[in-house]
Design a protein around this ligand. Sequence first.
Ligand code: N01
Length: 548
Amino acid sequence: MTDGQHVQTHLLGREDGDARSIDAVVVGAGFAGVYALYRLRKLGFTVQVFEAGSDIGGTWFHNRYPGARCDIESLDYSYSFDDDLQQEWHWTERYASQPELLRYINHVAERHDLRRDIRTDSRVTSATWDEDAARWLVRTDDGDAVSARFCVLATGVLSVAQVPQIDGLDTFQGEWFHTGDWPNEGVDVSGKRVAVIGTGSSGTQLIPIVAEQAAHLTVFQRTPNFCMPAQNHDMIDEVEREWKAEYPQRRAFARESGFGHNQLSNPKKAKEVSAEERRAEFELRWQLGGLYMMRAFSDILVDPVANEECAEFVRGKIRETVQDPEVAEKLSPRGFYFGTKRLCSGTGYYETFNRENVTLVDVRTAPIERITPTGLATTEAEYDVDVIVFATGFDAMTGSMLKIDIQGAGGEFLREKWAHGPRSYLGVAPAGFPNLFIVAGPGSPSVFSNMVNSIEQHVEWIAALLEQVTLRGLQRVEATPEAEQQWIEHVNEVAERTLYPRSPNSWFFGANTPGKPRVFMPYVGGVGTYRQKADDVAAKDYEGFVLR
Ligand code: N01
């Protein structure tokens, strides 16, 4: 009998009674799962974390592609729950690289002795609600099973890497990789002919580095996106000192802000100032780099005229940077509003297209038809390459949860409930799924915010609720369908006030995943507003939930 068959038999043979009984199961050991474990342990709970990867870190474990880096300042994109940690930890750069973020999360796990409750290489395959016992039975692909009072899904929003269905991939004789599933040992592209498909956040970070190493790089671009210069640099001692001295105020500011960090938003509307002032503000934001442009004016994502002026400013920068006017035009985003496809932040991205060893292929006009044994064929030409990199994104926000057979009260599966798009109260609790909670999922600020800030808010809010349930000697907490419906309507109403619904061709809508319902998934009402709403619900004795 093979190992696989053995596991299978073991699983089939396992009775529910074999499952270890614990208080809470946490699925995923990225920033969310690690903090959930810390927090739930503080309640005195027994907790088991299951992590599909071979180590902890989630996004920052899997996205090891060259150039992977966060685009929120490191001093902001970090846990605030442990003051000693935030004072002691030294970030070496303005924006942390993937290796540094991975070192950080490992340090946090060691510091708080979290590893002993994390089982790696263990993918949760099913979670089934047992109404009589009021518990979740959770099983994994390595034959483990637990029976838990509470189930916390910390499965990540951009964690299911998506390789497009292109004919012939199985015939390709070279190597291929996805940025979101990069080999631990790295990939040596020196002297090789490389194809990169995709020019989103991952592609724009990776392309300049691959260009420096490869003999030749061909970039296959379907939709050019706006890529801001990251303006990354080594940490400045004085900035670090000041920031650490001001941490209480800075964290408080971030919690009440629109996006969960300290990047300053201009409160003025674009139309309130002169054309010169607008240009000066755009220039300032370009120099500040990264995501600062999103907050150049308060109406950038609301007023089409302000948005187009901002977009044209960036196109002007592309024309100034890229020497070949035809290439510059191909790289210039058009046909969607600035910022409605997640803004990219890179280093030397547009400059890369001035290199002699880099070719840009527009696959909007000439789509990729197939992969051949030696490379790629578009409708117009064939390209021989040694390596193909798919920087083609993720089944975002819902993919990681819907891979699991999650069956709630009454037998409904989460994937059935979400057949027309994700539904939950506050983006935290789907009605019909008692005692189950989602960290930073659809319907909450999530990807529209500093994820670490939103993770902390969710984990703390969920922990406070579970504490109440436990202290009151209750068994079951569930969102009502009415509260869920009202929340969905609110999420949609807020989105309708912005330009997002007018540019629905993005992963925010699931548009990049074949067959996925087109629903705008994040909550764009702001991190501070969201926090207030969630706190109000708690203050009104968890209005919209039934506790029993
Ligand atoms: O993925 P994406 P990503 N043929 O979906 C193209 C976060 N992140 O991994 O736009 C040809 O954005 C696709 O084209 P189109 C961040 O939130 C953050 O880059 O669908 N092309 C697009 O160009 C980000 O938004 C950081 O027409 C195909 C690209 O592939 C999110 O993760 C760094 C194709 C996919 O872009 C996802 O970013 C990295 C096909 N068949 C990621 N299929 C930072 O913090 C897809 N594409 C900086």
